[in-house]
Every structure is written in C-alpha cells, then in structure tokens.
Design a protein around this ligand. Structure first.
Ligand code: SP5
Ligand code: ZN
Length: 350
C-alpha cells in the first residue's frame, strides 16, 4: 500500500480551540501524525512519500475562489488590522443579519462555522500539503494502484466548498473523490448523465458535513456516512437520516446516525448496510474518510469500538474489491491512534 504524507502539516499547530464554551488545548495536534507514522513503520508498511502541495487550481475543483482567497490571506489581513493571531470568529452572519462587511472579523464569521478551525501563519500551507497528499493518493489509484493511504493533517471532511470548521480547512477526501470522478466520467457536463464513478464512505465519529454538501446534488459521487446522531453531537446541523441528496443527486447520499455507546458488533452491522449501498451503486473507486474518534477511549466521542474492530472494518471494506484510497480524518485518543490506523490498513489489504 502506497502511503502519502502531508509533510508540511506541523506548520499548523494552533494553541487552543473553544469547545462547548471552554478554551482547551487543540486536540488536533501534530503529534497525531508522528504517532501514526511510527506505528505504520513498526507494522512494516512502506515508508511514506511526501506529496507536493495542492495548487489553487486543484483546490478550485471543489472550493470557491473567494474562500480560497480568504484562506490564503486571512492571517496576514488579521495581523494587518492589528489583531493578535490566530484568526478565530466571534460573530456569524446567521439568518436575520446582513453580510456586508469584508473586514477580517466579518470574513472570519463568514467562512468558519465553529471555534475549532483557528488560522495561524502556516495553516494554509499545511492544508495545501494535506490536500496534496489526498490528490496524490487519487492519482496513484488512477495509475493502477489497488490501495493508497493519505496521511492527511489537517483533516478535511467538515470543510465545505466555502466553509472551515471542526479542524478542517480543505476537504481532502472530496478533492480526491472529485479527481477520481472526473477521470472516470469524461464527456458529459451534467451530473445527471454521469455514470457511477466514486463512493465516499465516511467512518469518522462525526458526520462529514462538508463532503455531503459538496456532492449533495451530484450522482457521480455517492456519499455514505456512519456517525454519531447529530441530534446529540457535533456538527448538529447536518447528518440526519432524511438527508438523501437533491436534484440529480437525490438518492446518492446516505446517512446512518448511530446511538451513544455503540459497540463493535452493532457498528459492524451498520457498516454492512453502508457497504451494501456502495456495492449496489457499483463505483469504480472507493474513498474512505477514516476517523478513529469512534474508539472507546476517544476524548471527543461516545462510541465503544476496540482496536480489533478497525481490522474488521478494514477487512469488510477490502472485500468490496475496489481500488481504495484511505484518507486520514479524526482520532484523538493519541496513545491508541497508531495501532488503530495500522489495524484498519492491515484489514483493508488482508
Ligand atoms: C475531524 C474531526 O474529527 N473533527 C471533530 C471536531 C469536533 N469538534 C466539536 C466537538 C464537540 C465537543 N463535545 C465533546 C465533549 C466531550 N467531553
Ligand atoms: Zn471526527
């Protein structure tokens, strides 16, 4: 299995975030990558390949130009206004308010939906490196690799076309899926005419709201997500079972919200349902948004999965027989993160 690393990830290392109204040390820390790399090396995986950073033109495939301009310049504009970093919003243009100002504070509220995506001096460079790893993984599949793993940091699945949030700035998995879809379905310009191309399966504990929204009206990318019920858990405002896609994409989004405390057996039963939907769709490629915050000891989650479950999840995914790109998302039980990632990847190639 080819492994692609976002080598510049350490340039993103914010000092804090605000969770449930309290400032706390940033859970999504550079140590996560060090620990995953060490575990993969110990497990005998091939050394990682550093991928080139994604270009603005590549990012524009799923992100809006105004959002990319914001990400690229938010920190310098914040500083130029005399503000101390990191960039973090303190007001949002919610319904009933008017989006008119483009001062740095207004822009922060316009483009970030929570207080867990602080922008520091190196954030955009790190996010470009992360997206580059996912895109390199997609290219490897197009060149005939059966499996690839993109060790992305920062993660991506909460990032929408024009929104950051939940530690995510650029949607790595969506960029990869879009590249695979474009290469698979050439010719037609309307999504409605395109053939099954790519499925994205999101197994992070949190709903992949960004990925869902990016592909919501497309039928050439099926999005399937297993996650904590948004009625009790972040991201709260998306991820419900009745969100099934819209327009040409109607029927091409599947959400399976799960209860608190779910264990290996019930989770694997839900996974079978997700994999059946993917098999029915019949894609040429599979992208996994792989989060490990479903682990029983994760500080952000309330699921009960064990390390053994990740091997079983990986094996079930591998049994679909599809060229598969695994993209790293969340996972904050740092002591166990390496073993859990190694178990999943081991299962996939088994
Ligand atoms: C990529 C990813 O996994 N992002 C997750 C971001 C979650 N941020 C909000 C978490 C809500 C905090 N409530 C949990 C408190 C547990 N003590
Ligand atoms: Zn998560």
């Amino acid at each position: 299995m080819k492994i692609f690393l976002s080598a510049d990830h350490h340039r993103h290392d914010p000092p804090f975030e605000i969770l449930d109204g309290q400032p706390v040390p940033y859970f999504e820390t550079p140590r996560r990558v060090d620990i995953i790399l060490a575990a993969l090396q110990a497990a005998g995986f091939a050394p990682p390949v550093a991928a080139p950073p994604a270009t603005l033109a590549e990012l524009a495939a799923v992100h809006t130009p105004d959002y990319l301009d914001y990400l690229a310049h938010a920190y310098e504009r914040w500083q130029a206004a005399g503000l101390a970093g990191p960039v973090l919003p303190s007001a949002w243009p919610l319904p009933g308010l008017r989006l008119r100002s483009d001062c740095p504070q207004a822009a922060a509220g316009r483009y970030a939906f929570d207080l867990s995506a602080p922008i520091t001096a190196g954030t955009f460079a790190a996010a470009q490196a992360s997206a580059g790893a996912a895109l390199a993984g997609a290219t490897a599949l197009l060149q005939g690799e059966r499996f690839a793993y993109a060790l992305c940091r920062p993660p991506g699945h909460h990032a929408a076309a024009n929104l950051a949030g939940g530690y995510c700035f650029l949607n790595n998995a969506a960029l990869a899926a879009d590249r695979l879809a474009r290469a698979t379905t050439t010719g037609d310009t309307t999504w409605a005419l395109r053939a099954p191309a790519v499925a994205v399966l999101d197994i992070d504990y949190h709903h992949g709201n960004g990925t869902q929204s990016i592909f919501y009206e497309r039928n050439d990318v099926l999005t399937v997500s297993l996650h904590a019920d948004p009625a009790r858990e972040y991201p709260y405002f998306l991820g419900y079972a009745d969100e099934r896609g819209a327009g040409a994409g109607e029927g091409y989004n599947l959400n399976l919200p799960l209860p608190a405390g779910i264990g290996d057996r019930d989770y694997l039963a839900a996974l079978v349902q997700a994999l059946q939907a993917i098999a029915d769709y019949g894609p040429r490629y599979l992208v996994i948004s792989a989060g490990f915050d479903t682990f029983h000891a994760d500080p952000l989650g309330d699921f009960g999965l064990t390390t053994a479950a990740y091997r079983a999840i990986g094996a079930a995914i591998g049994q679909l027989g599809l060229p598969t790109l695994v993209v790293q998302e969340g996972g904050y039980a740092i002591e166990n993160l390496g073993a859990n990632v190694a178990a999943l990847l081991d299962g996939v190639i088994s």
